[in-house]
Design a binder for this molecule. Sequence first.
Ligand SMILES: [Mg+2]
Length: 396
Amino acid sequence: MKITAIDTIQLDPYPFLILVRVHTDTGLIGVSDTFYTGDAIRGFVHETVASYLLGKDPRTIERHWEALYARTVARWGGVGMELRALSAIDAALWDILGQSLGTPIYQLLGGLARDRIRTYNTCGGPLYGGKGGSRAGEGKGLLEDLWAQINEPEVLAQELLDEGITAMKIWPFDRFALAGDGRSISGADLRQGLEPFRRIREAVGDRMEIMLEGHGYWDITTAKKIARAVEEYRPAWLEDMVLGHDVEQIAELKGATSTPIIASEMLITRYQYRHLLERRAADIVMVDPTWAGGITESRKIVTMAESFGLPVSLHDCTGPFTLLAGVHLALSAPNAIYQEHVRAYVRGWFTDLVVESVQIVDGHILPPTGSGIGTALRPEVLERPDARVQTSRLAD
Ligand SMILES: [Mg+2]
């Protein structure tokens, strides 16, 4: 089997998303996606990745990861954008491998470590992360969870519980960081930011786990202040209250609060995670499979975390294939505790792109039943007038 073509696909409503398709001479096509700097990734895939991969056997995935990392990333001091491109390509190769063997990817990762993986709802609305994201959360409406997490948090919590979802992630302090510089927070803003926690606890007690997302907006001093204030509401974890790049600051925050610290989707490759783990700076490890280095690298990171006795949660607030890549990892890893999802995406625009997305029952994601990644791109996506498709082909 050999790789004959690589497509990148970008769609207007999701300017940060880029899909990659890897074609083979057998007719099998592997697909994945990644998020952020789509145009740069398109350029890197066609200029650099394609010239290495075209003509090669897609199934020797480990070999390709090492070669691409050494030749096109590490040697040039590259990290983020290159790793996102490599990640999507890697996940697409796993999709081909699974399809070629007629089996889901989780079987190739050692089989099911559990029958299903618990999930939490990240409370972004349908537009969050897409075009018009700046308008996201402006009004009440169907699955407008970004609006609801601030304005009707207790209604949202009850609605999720009624659906069987027992954990939710919110970011009620972001607006104060974005209005200022993240280097201080007033007493009044602190109180306001705590309101959703108070209202959820008052309405549903401890039946709902609440995760606090910080998006790396705060300095360490203010992060500690928020961390101490929110403790009384028993959050499940604090996520990226400070940027992920300084492990010492994450460790400092961990030392300053009784709430578990999760870190970080902002880290990539096993080399960055190694510092986090050796410093024992986190209580839970977060990995995004199409940012950190694909399924190949994420599996190694998850196993490294396991060796430190740490649970792992898989990230997805980006695309339908990233979500499924995480599901396969989470189902096959003994130390996985959660796979994140955004219900407004899974029930919304994901359905426009893929033939089927994840099945969520009683707050858990079930194993995908199809071979490979477990879904496929809807053929009509390529016919969309807004689809920007670029292809690199193996020369005859
Ligand atoms: Mg996050």
